[in-house]
Write a protein that binds this ligand. Structure first.
Ligand code: ZN
Length: 475
């Protein structure tokens, strides 16, 4: 027994040694960095706060592990997609461990597609669509221009993907229909004038359809123009698209006869021109000649007529009436009867000198109804006196019942045309007041003539036999 005891002790010590030596080796000798939970790749959503994750690293072994110091280099900018490299350097005394970590900043959110809440109409003949659509991506912003639209059966698919491959899709039911009218516009004016026995040239029209484009070739024209008969003609231009949406426009064509001033009766227009002659009188005479329209010129001798005497002669020779307006066109002629007649005889003399003709047709400056004479006559009611006096001497005076407005508020050719033509009705006598010293007014004459000829009026010059046209006397 005594000998056995040391054996047991020795054995026990041996077993203890077997256990303790590795423990010793582990705890004292085998030491290194212990790495746990370190991620080599981390994903971070765009625009979120990046939380650093350096894992668990210590120095030692599984039984005893000491904290290390850590130095991180590298930065992560989560506002920009991409891969960012972080380097962690762990240190314990003179031992160093370097670990790399890749941080991926990613966009995982799909864009948002918005379409207006409406009827998605598609032309029956079309397979491509282009509806207004908006697509907003959280990272790229507005990517509307990248939205693809495709028809799939009776649906339209809107699809877009952002640069990270996140896809958004929406669908809407479509309605294959064309319920829009085509548009149709005339080539040329809506009112045309053609001389009797002249040629009417069809200018056609242009039609455009929302689905079918230019469909002008499908326009049908209803109506006829007979240029051998004067009168008013209406043409209707009708267009229908393939879905039977119809639209039409009309054109008026007036076939007018040459002015026949020798015709004894009918609706008569007396064009009268005051205050000239002037720089526009020649052009006016050309237009009147073209249409064989005689007119009446109430001439003056005011400064601006200087150099235009030949126009008085030409007007006279071409059959127009030369009437007397005033020599000076100064309203002081209304001071008294003598001052008026001195002025009147002066212009009468001038006309006679140029033409050899003694005119007895007059128009009072301001018309017989003027009140400006009150400023000069000292309360003598001179217009009442003069209107009788001129007739007693064998003159005839003419006022007007159609004003072109060219001496007042009107300053455009179009408005002069409108003022005159809108005053014409079914009456027998229209005396029109214009001024041939106004270019814009002279420019209106041709349109007025054509308009009236096409509606059966006859143009005449005032003569000693013309119907009376007197205003009410106001002074
Ligand atoms: Zn005048």
């Amino acid at each position: 027994m005594k000998e056995k005891l040391p054996m047991t002790i020795l054995l026990s010590l041996g077993v203890l040694g077997i256990i303790l030596i590795p423990v010793f080796i582990f705890t004292v000798v085998l030491k290194d960095f212990q790495v746990k939970d370190f991620k080599e790749v981390i994903e971070v959503p765009f625009n979120t706060t990046f939380k650093e994750d350096k894992g668990n690293v210590c120095f030692g072994n599984k039984f005893t592990c000491k904290e290390t110091t850590v130095i991180k280099t590298g930065e992560v900018d989560t506002s920009k997609l991409g891969d960012y490299k972080l380097i962690y350097t762990y240190k314990y005394k003179d031992k160093t461990l370097v670990k790399e970590q890749i941080v991926k900043v990613k966009d995982n959110e799909a864009p948002v597609i918005t379409v207006e809440d409406k009827d998605f109409k598609v032309c029956p003949n079309k397979r491509d669509v282009n509806f207004p659509v908006e697509a907003i991506d959280d990272y790229e912003g507005d990517i509307s221009s990248r939205v693809e639209q495709t028809l799939e059966g009776d649906q339209v698919l809107f699809k877009v993907s952002d640069s990270s491959g996140n896809v958004a899709k929406i669908t809407r039911e479509v309605n294959f229909i064309d319920d829009e009218e085509p548009t149709i516009t005339l080539n040329g004016d809506a009112t045309l004038y053609v001389k009797l026995n002249g040629t009417y040239q069809e200018l056609g029209a242009k039609a455009t359809d929302n689905c079918e484009g230019d469909i002008s070739s499908k326009i049908e024209i209803e109506g006829e123009v007979d240029t051998t008969k004067s009168g008013e003609y209406t043409l209707t231009y009708r267009i229908s698209d393939s879905s039977d949406n119809t639209k039409s426009v009309t054109r008026k064509i007036y076939v007018y006869a040459q002015n026949n001033y020798s015709a004894p009766t009918g609706k008569s227009i007396y064009l009268t021109f005051d205050d000239g002659p002037g720089p526009y009188t020649e052009k006016l005479l050309d237009v009147l000649k073209k249409y064989e329209v005689p007119a009446t010129f109430f001439v003056t001798n005011q400064a601006l007529t200087k150099g235009y005497d030949a126009m008085i002669l030409r007007a006279y020779q071409e059959g127009h009436t030369i009437g007397l307006h005033t020599n000076t066109h100064n309203y002081n002629i209304y001071t008294n009867v003598d001052t008026y007649f001195d002025d009147l005889y002066a212009i009468q003399e001038k006309v006679k000198r140029i033409t050899g003709y003694t005119s007895m047709i007059i128009r009072f400056p301001g018309g017989s109804s003027n009140t400006i004479s009150k400023d000069y006559d000292g309360g003598a009611h001179i217009m009442s006196e003069l209107t009788k006096a001129v007739e007693a001497k064998g003159f005839r005076y003419f006022d007007w019942n159609v004003s072109s407005g060219d001496a007042g508020e009107t300053t455009s050719t179009a408005q002069v045309v409108k003022n005159i033509t809108s005053s014409l009705g079914s009456g027998s006598t229209y005396v029109v007041l214009q001024h041939d010293i106004k270019g814009f007014s002279v420019n209106a004459v041709e349109e007025v003539i054509i308009y009236a000829l096409a509606r059966g009026y006859t143009f005449r010059a005032l003569t000693m036999d013309s119907p009376t046209m007197h205003h009410r006397i106001n002074n």
